[in-house]
Design a protein around this ligand. Structure first.
Ligand SMILES: [Zn+2]
Length: 281
């Protein structure tokens, strides 16, 4: 889908009162290099530069243990421990951090996505550990982004989009016609996908330097928790609980702190790239 620069400018200006800041930036990007006057206000730029909210989503919890290691380590417990390590690393780096859960409770997947969207997070990082038992040799970290299964019926995807546009429109696209809201939604979805892929690259680069990786560590799947149309999201499979070495490593503070430091570096790199992009608008 392509739009004229004039159209995007008009839509952006009409919607800019209601649109979140990053969306204004996305519109400006989509319309080409715009003069500094519109549609991004200086206040909005300042907000975007200063506000850095990361939502961490520790996988599973409560009645859902996730996978269970040969040595009886529960995924829900190790995901939460790793999430706390990442939270501390990010907070020391000056980030605002919120967690979808901070204790052993069950949170439905859609509620996790809602949580990140309602708080207008800059990104969501979901933390997991996987298992391919009985194969105990597969090990290493991998990073997932969302992708629709190509075999999905088209109707299902359209229905999902329709539901999402309704949900997001109520929050972000007030003051514009449903037609314009739909176009803005489409732009936003595209921009979120691009940002998720760049986040995935940052995570794979940084983790590869510090921990063992699964072959082809940048992967895509239909994870429900990655389905936000508004928040760039990645899911990190930190290691395999079905591999005894990985399970033993996950139990150690040293390994989890190495994971946390690597993920924090990836977050740094992503925000740095965004700041450069805004400076060049
Ligand atoms: Zn999991």
């Amino acid at each position: 889908m392509t739009f004229s620069r004039r159209f995007l400018l008009d839509a952006g200006i009409r919607a800019s009162i209601a649109l979140p800041v990053w969306m204004q930036v996305g519109l400006a990007r989509a319309a080409g290099r715009l003069p500094r006057t519109a549609p991004i206000s200086q206040g909005a730029e300042a907000e975007l530069r200063s506000r850095r909210l990361v939502v961490i989503d520790p996988g599973h919890g409560g009645r859902d243990p996730g996978c269970i290691g040969a040595g009886s380590l529960y995924e829900k417990d190790i995901a939460l421990a790793t999430a706390w390590d990442l939270r501390h690393a990010l907070e020391r780096g000056g980030y605002d951090v919120m967690m979808t859960r901070s204790s052993d409770v069950f949170i439905p997947l859609p509620a996790r996505v809602d949580f990140a969207e309602n708080h207008h997070a800059n990104m969501m990082v979901s933390i997991h550990a996987n298992s391919v038992a009985p194969n105990t040799t597969v090990r290493g970290a991998s990073v997932f982004t969302f992708s629709n299964d190509p075999s999905d019926p088209l109707a299902a995807e359209i229905a999902r989009d329709e539901n999402s546009v309704e949900r997001i429109s109520n929050r972000s696209f007030q003051g514009v016609s449903p037609q314009v809201a739909r176009i803005l939604f489409s732009l936003m979805k595209h921009s979120t996908k691009v940002e998720s892929l760049s986040l995935q690259r940052n995570f794979v680069d940084s983790l590869s330097r510090n921990v063992d990786m699964l072959p082809n560590p940048a992967r895509h799947a239909t994870f429900a928790v990655l389905q936000s149309s508004a928040i760039p999201s990645v899911l990190v499979e930190t290691a395999f609980l079905s591999n005894p070495q990985d399970e033993a490593a996950l139990r150690t503070n040293e390994f989890r702190l190495r994971l946390a430091a690597s993920m924090k570096s990836a977050v740094d790199a992503w925000f740095l790239a965004r700041r450069h992009a805004i400076a060049n608008l």
